[in-house]
Every structure is written in structure tokens, then in C-alpha cells.
Design a protein. Structure first.
Length: 273
């Protein structure tokens, strides 16, 4: 078997990227711990135990008992080590505490990237010349991570500006009753679809979320019966809507914003099965 840290890290990365790899190798480590002193040998390596714990959280089945057992066992060991004065003075203490408090499914990928960059930047005095630092950070990899993070933030800022222009061009800012959720909607998209090449998907997600929120507020808060019937009629006619008049400026703004958004148009115009 590969060393524990490499095996656990590989398992976690493969599963997080959609590969249904078996947890058998990790279960061997847990089974071995029941016959030997778990604080001896390689299992005294806090980094290896932490990687085992993080890997045990990437389950794809409710019946994966091997991972459940590994999680309970490794989590217990890490908690014990956190109470050790020797560990509290080491840089890995912060990593262990973060892993125990925030499993991977409770974090946002880009925020994790930012934290890792700050944590592993050995140019800072906090991690300089520490004998326990086994991560041996490659400065080229760290520089690449910084460059990627900086580029992604630039892309996100540009997309948010585009969305604000879109909202203004469609006069959505004139609808005073609407909850101002544009930034919130975009954050949800960017947190889920963080890769730079998914720009169109993030923009579409955010626009559709804003339009759905606007329509919901219109129906729930200010729309009169006549306005709501008018809007429903316009949507039902879709490309033939020019035959009808807009009951109010609010109906006109909302319908035009929906009508000119390509993904909504595709949805309404798609042939029914």
C-alpha cells in the first residue's frame, strides 16, 4: 500500500472529482489500528491522520461503514492531539482545527484556496524555519495558486459589473419593490461554479435567479390582479405578445427582462414532448 498520507489524499481527490474509487485501502489502515498501538509508527504522523480524516468525509453511499469507522477513529485521534501542548505550538495545529471544524462539503472552494495560500506561504515568519513543517511547499506551485486566485477574483469582479449593467439596462433598478439580491444571486453561482471557464454558466445562473426573485416579489407584494393576469397572458403568448398592451410600466419592465434573456426564451420556445 502507498504511504497513508498519499493514499488518503489520492482517494479524496479522486472521489471529489467524480471517480467511484473503493475505500478498501483506507479500511485496511483502520483495521490495522485495532491490532497495533495507533500512536506508534506512521500513525503518529498528524498529517497522515488528518488526511485520513478528510478522506473519510467523501462518502458516496450511506452504507460505507469503512469510512464511518475511519472518520470516528481518526477524528478521535486528532481531537486528542489538539489537546497536546506539543501540537498546539506547531503550524499543523491550525490545519487540524480547520479540518475538524469544517468538512469539505461545508466550505467554498475559492475561500479554501485563499486560506491555503495564506497558510502555506512560508515567506511569512509564522511558518519560517519550523522543524515540523513536512509539507515542503513548492514555491512555484504556491505562485501558480496565487496567480490563479488573483485571476479568478478579477473575472468575478468583471462578471458582477456586467450583471449590474444588465440590471440597469433592463430597468430592473426601477422596480422599487424588488429585493436587491443581485450580488447574493451571483455569489451563489460563483461559489458553486468557481472555475474561470464557467463564466457563461455563472452569468446565466445569476440572471435567472434575479428574474425569478423579481417575479416572485411582483406576485407576492405589489402586483394587482389585472397586472398579474396581464403578465401571465404575455408569457403564454410569448412571441405573439406584441398583440397585447402592457397594463403598467412594471409589467413591461418585468416581461421584457424575461423575454430578452436567452435561457428563458429557450425554455418557453422548446417543443413540448
Amino acid at each position: 500500500m502507498l504511504d497513508v498520507e498519499t493514499c488518503a489524499l489520492s482517494f479524496r481527490l479522486l472521489r471529489m472529482n467524480g471517480y467511484g474509487v473503493s475505500s478498501d485501502e483506507l479500511s485496511h489502515v483502520y483495521e490495522a489500528s485495532t491490532f497495533h498501538n495507533s500512536l506508534q509508527g506512521y500513525l503518529s504522523d498528524t498529517k497522515s491522520i488528518m488526511e485520513l480524516y478528510k478522506a473519510s468525509k467523501v462518502t458516496i453511499s450511506e452504507n460505507d461503514l469503512a469510512l464511518d469507522n475511519t472518520s470516528h477513529w481518526s477524528g478521535g485521534l486528532l481531537t486528542e492531539k489538539m489537546l497536546s501542548d506539543g501540537v498546539q505550538t506547531r503550524p499543523i495545529y491550525g490545519e487540524v482545527g480547520y479540518a475538524l471544524k469544517f468538512p469539505f462539503y461545508a466550505t467554498m472552494e475559492r475561500l479554501d484556496h485563499k486560506r491555503n495560500i495564506e497558510h502555506f506561504d512560508i515567506r511569512g515568519s509564522r511558518m519560517l524555519k519550523t522543524e515540523y513543517m513536512k509539507c515542503r511547499v513548492n514555491q512555484d506551485v504556491l505562485s501558480l495558486a496565487v496567480e490563479d486566485f488573483t485571476l479568478s477574483q478579477s473575472i468575478y469582479q468583471d462578471e458582477l459589473c456586467r450583471l449590474r449593467r444588465w440590471a440597469k439596462e433592463n430597468k430592473l433598478d426601477k422596480l422599487q419593490f424588488v429585493r436587491q439580491k443581485l450580488t447574493y444571486c451571483y455569489l451563489a453561482a460563483a461559489a458553486t461554479l468557481c472555475l474561470p471557464e464557467l463564466s457563461d454558466a455563472r452569468i446565466s445562473w445569476a440572471k435567472n435567479s434575479v428574474l425569478a426573485t423579481t417575479a416572485d416579489d411582483f406576485f407576492d407584494v405589489v402586483g394587482s390582479k389585472e397586472e398579474l393576469e396581464n403578465l401571465v397572458g404575455l408569457v403564454e403568448k410569448w412571441d405573439e405578445h406584441a398583440k397585447d398592451e402592457f397594463y403598467s410600466e412594471q409589467v413591461k419592465i418585468l416581461f421584457c427582462a424575461i423575454y430578452t434573456e436567452p435561457t428563458w426564451s429557450i425554455g418557453f420556445c422548446s417543443p413540448k414532448p
